[in-house]
Design a protein around this ligand. Structure first.
Ligand code: SF4
Length: 215
């Protein structure tokens, strides 16, 4: 008989494999193409994803919604926006009557949309040259919360600034600074950012004071 633990593991593995299939493909070597999802999340996380990646643990099928819609091409082809010699690449979940739609999972009904989703939607409106966009949050028990947005130039300029910063840091192989936020609590790099290395070299007080053992 299948044990409870095995069953949970099978589901976890299935979610992990489907999630991998649905991930936006990023060529980590091509730093002249920056993906929109890389700059609306923590830049340090995006940097690690390219330089020294660690697999993310997905919590449930609900998390796969947006990727599934993109893969089924309800929206449109991904589109690029030129920023000097850098290309910013974005893709919407769905496009209906000239309006851009994003679908996101949520634990509860939200009072306000997530900042990263607002940045993503606003940037898509500039990349696809559309004036209206909607974010739809769906909870596990199928409750929906909808937010509509009109495009904002200042907000897009902030995204462009972050594209340039990430491109520069990748070029210089410099790790971006910490961007502490609620994102950290389910980030796969939490330990790298917030816990000390266990294998750090042990330094004695005598060594720190520049004294040899026989002193
Ligand atoms: S733990 Fe926080 S600061 Fe560190 S990479 Fe993840 S999101 Fe960024």
């Amino acid at each position: 008989m299948m044990g409870d633990r095995d069953f949970r593991n099978i589901i976890k593995n299935a979610i992990g494999s489907i999630g991998k299939e649905l991930e936006i493909e990023i060529d980590s070597k091509n730093i002249q193409t920056i993906h929109l999802n890389e700059v609306v999340q923590c830049l340090r996380r995006s940097y690690y994803d390219r330089i020294e990646p660690k697999e993310i643990e997905r919590s449930g099928f609900n998390d796969l919604l947006s990727g599934l819609l993109r893969k089924l091409q309800y929206g449109s082809e991904s589109k690029e926006f030129a920023i000097d010699d850098i290309k910013l690449k974005g893709q919407v979940d769905m496009m209906i009557d000239d309006s851009i739609l994003l679908f996101r999972s949520a634990l509860d009904e939200l009072e306000n949309p997530q900042a990263s989703d607002v940045l993503y939607l606003n940037a898509c409106m500039w990349i696809y040259d559309k004036d209206d966009g909607i974010i739809i949050y769906i909870t596990g028990d199928k409750k929906e919360t909808t937010f509509s947005l009109t495009r904002n130039k200042k907000m897009f300029e902030e995204v462009i600034r972050r594209v340039r910063v990430l491109n520069d840091l990748l070029k210089e192989q410099k790790t971006p600074i910490l961007e502490p936020s609620t994102e950290c609590s389910n980030c796969q790099y939490y330990e790298r950012c917030f816990t000390k290395r266990r294998n750090a070299k042990q330094v004695t007080l005598a060594e720190m004071l520049g004294m040899s053992k026989k002193d």
